[in-house]
Ligand binder design. Structure first.
Ligand code: NAD
Length: 294
């Protein structure tokens, strides 16, 4: 039976490490890292994410700044706020909560964030650098970075191994595939048009699934002893739950945990790592700004 890779435990450890570093920074230079979040509109899920990020910041000593703009605001208004944060020395990370309302040009808005404060790692220049061998991006997107951190902290060998990434989105699948390749894995990407995905996935020593399809990855997709990281967060009906649904990953956990050597649960796997990596990127940015060593 697979070892459980507990994202809650790892994320807590990382938050503690960050907290210690920030206390030291405050003692040394009398200032803390700052993270600014811009939320447009009133989506309930986005509000919850922003609230959680703010709480997580406060818990480790990061100062948080928040701007709430109305649903019908203009691109120019959003960019004006971004510009203000771009030139504010107490802000080291700027985050645009996605999705934006349809009338706003997401690419143009993400482009307006200065690359030095792009702690989400979504700026095209940061994504571009991820593509180039030996050219490190200033920031690695948080969820992919969280997946890699789980592999590193569990001492999973990556170099020379076969990895399969299921999904190729800009925010998870594609960047995590590039990161695995950067660490010398041989990487295949499986997506919605792939024929025989199970055959390809069965060759992998490391499987990272980010398809957003409940129970996609079955036991017979997995080579015995593989390490499985499940990024998916999918609601499925559950009459026993007060909300009427529960959240599951892409991986059929019951089947796969009998084949894999290690596996992340959902919830409690990659999820908690994403916010921890946002805090880590914000600290990294502040250290760069103040020219403190890593
Ligand atoms: P997305 O919808 O943008 O991309 C999904 C990708 O999966 C696409 O590239 C598509 O080609 C591929 N795909 C879809 N169906 C497939 C199938 N049947 N077989 C193979 N490939 C298939 O989604 P996303 O934003 O990348 O998110 C993926 C999942 O990860 C979602 O469940 C999302 O909720 C979750 N997620 C979790 C975190 C976290 O912090 N844990 C962060 C971001 C996303």
């Amino acid at each position: 039976v697979a070892t459980v890779i507990d994202g809650k435990v790892v994320a807590k450890q990382i938050r503690e490490e960050i907290s210690v570093e920030i206390s030291r920074m405050k003692e040394q230079i009398g200032t803390a890292p700052g993270l600014a979040v811009i939320l447009v509109g009133a989506r309930k899920d986005s509000q919850t994410y922003v609230r959680n990020k703010k709480k997580a910041c406060e818990a480790v000593g990061i100062t948080s700044f928040e701007i709430n703009l109305p649903e019908d605001c203009t691109e120019e208004q959003v960019i004006k706020h971004i510009d203000t944060f771009n030139s504010d020395p107490s802000v080291h990370g700027i985050l645009i909560q996605l999705p934006l309302p349809r009338h706003l040009n997401e690419e143009k808005i993400l482009n307006a964030v200065t690359i030095e404060k792009d702690v989400d790692g979504f700026h095209p220049l940061n994504i571009g650098r991820l593509m180039m061998q030996g050219r490190k991006p200033l920031f690695v997107p948080c969820t992919p970075k969280g997946c890699m951190e789980l592999l590193h902290r569990h001492k999973v060998q990556i170099k020379g191994k076969r990895a399969v990434v299921i999904g190729r989105s800009n925010i998870v699948g594609m960047p995590v595939a590039l990161l695995l390749q950067e660490e010398n894995a041989t990487v295949s990407i499986v997506h919605s048009h792939t024929k025989n995905p199970e055959e390809i996935t069965r060759q992998a020593d490391i499987v990272i699934s980010a398809a957003g399809v409940a129970n996609l990855v079955r036991g017979n997709w997995i080579k015995s002893g593989a390490v499985v990281i499940d990024v998916g967060i999918n609601p499925v009906d559950d009459s026993e739950n007060a909300r009427g649904y529960k959240l599951v990953g892409d991986v059929c956990y019951e089947e796969v945990c009998k084949k894999a050597s290690a596996i992340t649960p959902v919830p409690g796997g990659v999820g908690p790592m994403t916010i921890a990596m946002l805090l880590s990127n914000t600290l990294l940015s502040a250290k760069r700004f103040h020219k403190l060593s890593n």
